[in-house]
Design a protein around this ligand. Structure first.
Ligand SMILES: NC(=O)c1ccc[n+]([C@@H]2O[C@H](COP(=O)([O-])OP(=O)(O)OC[C@H]3O[C@@H](n4cnc5c(N)ncnc54)[C@H](O)[C@@H]3O)[C@@H](O)[C@H]2O)c1
Length: 352
């Protein structure tokens, strides 16, 4: 049985990816601080849960591990800008350290999940050879991590960098701060879809199940020389959507699924910031293409919302959740006495 260590395993992608690894017969070490809760992964005989901070991973943890999938990160632009220092530590330094320990401990393949946001906004269609243009702390830290992990590759230690398009679709750790998911919730809840004018700007997307299947494909792909030390964009050419087109898709699926009307409301000045990504390399080298389009993701989210098993809570907006956790941490630290707030530990402390 191959063993895979997944960092950030309790996150949006991790909680879809880990069950897929288990289904395929892998043994999984799921490493995470579990900031979004420990309930996102169901128990399984081949699953080991390790609650740990990726900045402090011990080499011992990597003994006998074949593959490392390094997902742990502060995972979007607003959170990266709000928590700059932590983002550099987690998204850059910890990933490089994790890659180095993996190499030292004899791991065969190390996979870093970077982001297409390293391209920033550009006029032309960009591919893996295009100049990058990272505009935020999140994108800059991703790029530095890429630059520092790739040179670690050798014939015995395969390093792969995946630049993911913006992900969409349902996950046990749901994120409504991702464009398609957020648009779907808004349209379903209010019947209104605010879109930034004029809607002609392009953005690349990919479904969370497809991303997970691509990651597994990279672990299993036999021709190492074709992927080692390489960067791959992960997505599909036909999933470069114009924002206006995406709005129409969301509105149509909400109408079909609920019978409710959805109105698109245009706002702001025309947004010219566009980016379109080529996914030719992953298609040609791996023979891999995403199977799910936006309609699929929108429909599955609406089904779960309609069934009352999904809602937009604080936890589903990454920045909101981290901000609240920091706020409550401060309050609790100030108030806590004898191991609690109202319920305290009296044992051995009472005297008569
Ligand atoms: N979701 C997307 O659209 C998208 C797009 C491009 C790239 N990515 C990348 O994919 C990866 C996973 O993203 P996601 O959407 O699942 O994000 P997420 O926020 O849902 O998951 C990140 C996980 O990392 C954990 N984590 C954060 N800091 C940690 C620390 N110091 N120690 C241990 N665990 C820690 C969190 O608890 C969380 O479970 C990230 O590297 C992200 O940058 C995601």
């Amino acid at each position: 049985m191959d063993k895979v260590l997944v960092t950030g395993a309790g996150g949006y992608i991790g909680s879809v990816l880990v069950p897929k690894f288990l289904e395929r017969g892998y043994r999984v070490k799921a490493v995470d601080r579990f900031f979004f809760g420990l309930d996102k992964l169901k128990p399984h005989e081949n699953l080991e849960i390790i609650k740990e901070d990726v900045r402090l991973l011990k080499p011992e943890l990597f003994r006998g591990v074949d593959y490392v999938v390094d997902l742990a990160a502060i995972s979007n632009d607003p959170s990266g800008d709000r928590f700059r220092e932590a983002t550099w530590q987690i998204n850059h330094e910890a990933r490089v350290r994790t890659a180095k320990i993996s190499k030292q401990m004899g791991v065969k393949r190390y996979i870093l999940t970077s982001s297409c946001s390293v391209y920033g906004f550009q006029e032309d269609v960009v591919d893996e050879n295009s100049l990058t243009n990272p505009l935020t702390t999140y994108a800059k830290a991703n790029e530095r991590a890429e630059q520092d992990v790739i040179p670690l590759s050798t014939k015995d230690f395969c390093v792969i960098v995946l630049r993911l398009a913006t992900v969409f679709g349902y996950s046990p750790r749901m994120r409504f701060d991702l464009a398609i998911n957020g648009m779907t919730y808004g349209a379903w809840k209010t019947g209104k879809l605010p879109l930034m004018r004029d809607g002609s700007q392009y953005r690349p997307f990919v479904h969370v199940e497809d991303v997970s299947e691509a990651i597994i494909r990279f672990c299993e792909f036999p021709l190492l020389e074709k992927i080692n030390g390489q960067i791959f964009n992960v997505g599909g050419d036909e999933l470069n959507y114009r924002i206006g087109e995406l709005g129409e898709i969301v509105a149509k699926v909400v109408r079909e699924k609920t019978g409710r009307e959805v109105e698109i409301e245009w706002y702001g000045d025309p947004d010219k910031r566009s980016y379109r990504v080529s996914f030719k390399k992953i298609r040609e080298v791996l023979g891999w293409q995403p199977l799910r389009k936006a309609e699929f993701g929108v429909a599955e989210i609406i089904e779960k919302l309609e069934a009352g098993i999904l809602d937009k809570t604080l936890e589903t907006i990454t920045l909101e959740w981290y901000t609240q956790l920091e706020r409550w941490h401060k309050i609790i630290k100030e108030l806590e006495l004898y191991g609690g707030i109202l319920n305290i530990n009296l044992a051995g402390r009472l005297y008569t």
